[in-house]
Design a protein. Structure first.
Length: 294
């Protein structure tokens, strides 16, 4: 029999179309919270027609939560670096020599470079509209994209950018970011919609290509799992390094929930695409590795 918390969460997940695999992570959050905190967390999703507010000192979300502008600026800077870095790396790859069999990869990354450049510009314009300047990213974020840039094989590059990074950052963080800030700044958020929530032709092609190489045996599950673990360890560290800031903002539990979901999301996507992966084992290994490296 479900507890009151589990019933509340299950109802909210169904109402907002949240994937069922997220339930264990949300239940874990709920165990460390009370009913009012769970209702409050759900209100991050259920913004309805309420609007937020932006001032020079803070951003008030549609559910009433207020963040100091310094925290908001910090988060925006990390997003900007990731989007800009993806554009730069994709542009570099698109200019590399490749054989006929991989010609579609260079075409794909050329389009990605252009799209991400537009998204980066929209983020920069949004920050300037808030009266803020672009600042240096954290070392942890730089490490993530340095690892991406170092990849040499075309399928690895595709999986890293179109599955791992997309599902670790844009899906969990970006969707919330988009839903929360759209009522505040719709003119800029429209430009970012594709990055966070839509599925375009390039993403469809990438998913089909990944399915193809897996079906053909060109990449083994072991290889893909190793690649994912290597990058997701860095992703975990990049989010975990922000926990002290989240604690000061009063959202430590929510930040830890998003951290765990960010690691699990791409693993579930890869599993759906045919990769054989023990997600619970990978999650434990990634978390343990991060703790050892502190």
């Amino acid at each position: 029999m479900k507890s009151l918390q589990e019933g509340l969460i299950a109802t909210a997940m169904k109402r907002y179309g949240v994937p069922e695999w997220l339930a264990p992570y949300i239940y874990k959050y709920a165990k460390a919270s009370n009913i009012e905190m769970v209702k409050h967390a759900i209100s991050f999703i259920n913004v309805r027609r309420k609007k937020g507010q932006v001032t020079g000192r803070y951003v008030r979300l549609p559910n009433g939560v207020t963040f100091d502008m310094k925290i908001v600026t910090h988060i925006l800077n990390q997003f900007y670096y990731g989007v800009e870095a993806t554009s730069r790396i994709a542009g570099k790859w698109s200019k590399e020599y490749t054989d006929y069999d991989h010609a579609n990869f260079t075409k794909h990354f050329a389009k990605v470079a252009v799209e991400r450049e537009k998204h980066a510009r929209a983020l920069k314009n949004m920050m300037e509209g808030l009266g803020k300047k672009i600042e240096s990213p954290t070392k942890e974020i730089e490490d993530v994209f340095a690892a991406i840039e170092a990849l040499n094989e075309w399928p690895d590059r595709l999986i890293a950018t179109e599955i791992i990074i997309r599902d670790a950052y844009a899906r969990p963080f970006g969707f919330i970011f988009y839903k929360v800030f759209y009522p505040v700044s719709p003119e800029f958020m429209r430009s970012l919609g594709k990055l966070f929530i839509s599925k375009d032709d390039q993403e469809t092609w990438a998913n089909d290509e990944i399915k193809r190489v897996i079906a053909l045996g060109a990449l083994t599950s072991e290889h893909i799992v190793e690649l994912s673990e290597r990058i997701l360890k860095l992703v975990y560290k990049s989010i975990d390094s922000e926990i002290p800031m989240a604690k000061r903002a009063g959202i430590e539990l929510e930040a830890k929930l998003l951290r765990d979901v960010s690691v699990a999301y791409p693993l579930h996507t890869l599993q759906d695409l045919g990769v054989v992966v023990d997600i619970d084992t990978q999650m434990k290994q990634i978390a343990a590795s991060s703790k050892k490296s502190r």
